[in-house]
Design a protein around this ligand. Sequence first.
Ligand code: AQP
Length: 333
Amino acid sequence: MGKKIFSGVQPTGNLHLGNYLGAIKNFVDLNNEPANECVFCVVDLHAITVNQDPQELRNNIRETVATFIACGINPEKSIIFNQSAVPAHSEAAWLLSCVARMGWLNRMTQFKEKAGKDKEKASIGLYSYPILMAADILLYDTTHVPVGQDQKQHLELCRDIAQKFNNDYGVDDFLKIPEPLIQKQFSRIMSLKDGTKKMSKSELSDLSRINLTDDKDLIVNKIKKAKTDPLPLPSNTDELMKRPEARNLLEIYSSLKNSSLDNSVGEFKGKKFSDFKDKLTQLLVEKINPITLEIKKLVNDKGFLDKILLEGHKKANNIASKKIKKMQEIIGF
Ligand code: AQP
């Protein structure tokens, strides 16, 4: 039997190599399996948990759809839509926020990282974001959620919320308990400037990430400037684990090449970083440049992107509106 797949990406700016290798590449593989039913959501309600410029947000929503398609997601074999177009997401988030417990949310490490020192000034939305994420997933009877390693904790919370709703209302199996699909390897791509921090859209320095819209010259420059350490590349994986920047760059190389980390370590052991960086740059340009060119072409075709969103919205709304209605009945409305 096929899987019911749901995953979301925030339209908060250029998508980067971490989004691609940690999540979108996996979406494409899952979408290519004929038995799977896939829903890919541009999670614009999540995006506004931090300030967004309205015009930029509108452009970013379209650009995220363009990126999905440029990376290989087939809009005819999946539902692509933006979250705010389907009201059931916000409604279900409220219903589920009456089921979720404060203690559960207080443990979420992403809120602590994103809110930083001044928690009092963070939006309530940033705090309750994982409940909205649970609503997104549960409305579609999702069986599997492909995400990067950073979303594992939110998915565990989603499972707890579903279980509690089913228990509280005595509706065994009404909300399906989803499984995370996190790649065993290379599921956390790190910043090019600090191998201990994840590559992220919101990091101030653009040199910390490869955006999927970066042209060849930018990729060359960013890899040249990527942080390394003074030693030659290590001769075994154990040694590599103690060197975060070397590890990250070799993981990026392996992931792009669909090769094991052991093989890549073998290929470059004892070599200078400059030699390895040349090969990495070549591979990045080879894999990313076709995506970049396709994104640039698609973003100019607003009519095409809007049509995909509209069709996706109709299909998503059809599924989600039925599920929310049943939820309301169960609750007593
Ligand atoms: N560095 C990463 N390595 C692997 N996977 C990653 N993902 C994000 N960063 C990495 C995965 O990409 C999917 C979409 O992420 P998102 O855009 O919804 O939000 P995020 O996880 O918060 O990503 P960013 O880039 O860090 O955005 P900002 O800076 O706006 O918060 C998810 O599956 C995520 O796991």
